[in-house]
Ligand binder design. Structure first.
Ligand code: NAG
Length: 316
């Protein structure tokens, strides 16, 4: 299996590898958009000090292109940054994808380690449509993790030991999510995702709820990780799509750009950060955005702990 999603954990880090390995319009556009945004520009600048290590993230030996992102993320992980969890509600949609295309909506908790790729610790959970992996084009609930930058450790779902399910959980990693939202403008189904570090055990717990209150579905033991055993120093939420180089990118979210408005474009609502003691607080201020190609897939500023995202895809 090709865990292309992978570098997602290092969104901020990837930015720089793009900066260093610009090839083609896709990456050039990334840089331009970022430079228009004062907040995001800070990230690029701050990462440059790590430029030697960051180049490692630019590897691209497969037939897949680089992912296109539309995400919000905290400023790049440094020693003073501490995060213990994230909570979101987001819509789920179905699309017809081909093998060689993937669309994903997720939240990430990361620790960038000592800056070299092999020390990156990441957990991501969300929903994705990934025909190459599942043999269907349904949205699946998924989990993913690594403690070494996706080199030797971690996997999607239950494909390797790591994630511990709880008995009677409402869903298992890899399960199809249904029902899902229909045509844009119709009834919207949502999932609430919560990923947080339990204060007592230090384990990272995953909560999931369809159209309602999330319940615990399992956890990543603290012992799986190195840096994430203590805390995260970078968190992100949003979406990404990717495709084999010959194929257009698939739809993101509902397939409608954010300017389609609420009820049409996909949303994140009820955005919250969770602190060391397990207390939630709404994300009120905007967080820096990473948008690879706004004409195909985008995300809005955070307003009242909400934002809209998505797009039709079609970028090659
Ligand atoms: C999620 O879906 C439920 C059931 O339709 C609805 O009551 C709730 O308002 C939705 N939540 C959000 C944040 O859209």
């Amino acid at each position: 299996m090709f865990r292309h999603t992978l570098l997602l954990g290092a969104i901020a880090l990837c930015l720089l590898c793009h900066a260093l390995h610009i090839e083609g319009d896709r990456l050039r556009s990334t840089i331009q958009e970022l430079k228009e945004d004062g907040q995001t520009k800070r990230i690029l600048t701050s990462l440059k000090s790590n430029s030697i290590e960051m180049t490692a993230f630019g590897e691209d030996s497969s037939s897949w292109g680089q992912p296109y992102y539309a995400v919000h993320q905290t400023t790049s992980g440094g020693p003073g940054d501490s995060y213990y969890g994230l909570h979101v509600t987001t819509d789920v949609y179905s699309h017809n994808l081909k093998p060689g295309q993937q669309t994903s909506t997720a939240i990430w908790v990361n620790h960038v380690g000592d800056g070299v790729k092999s020390s990156l610790n990441t957990i991501s959970i969300g929903w994705h449509i990934y025909p190459e992996h599942y043999g269907d084009s349904h949205p699946h609930f998924y989990t993913d993790w690594t403690r070494d930058g996706y080199a030797q450790t971690g996997c999607l779902n239950m494909d390797c030991p790591g994630f511990i399910r709880v008995n009677g959980a409402v869903i298992a990693p890899g399960d199809v999510i249904h029902p899902v939202s229909g045509v844009p403008g119709g009834r919207v189904q949502n999932i609430t995702l919560r990923l947080h570090k339990d204060k007592t055990s230090g384990d990272w717990w995953v909560y999931y709820g369809l159209n309602g209150i999330p319940t615990g579905v399992g956890y990543f033991p603290r012992s799986l990780f190195t840096y994430l055993a203590e805390k995260a120093n970078h968190v992100a939420f949003g979406a990404f799509v990717d495709a084999e180089k010959a194929l257009p990118t698939p739809p993101m979210g509902s397939g409608v750009l954010p300017n389609g408005g609420k009820g049409h474009a996909a949303s994140f609502t009820n955005l919250q950060l969770i602190d060391k003691d397990g207390n939630s607080s709404p994300i009120k201020a905007n967080l820096p955005e990473l948008i690879t190609m706004a004409k195909c897939h985008s995300i809005t500023h955070i307003d009242h702990s909400q934002c809209l995202y998505g797009g039709p895809g079609g970028c090659v």
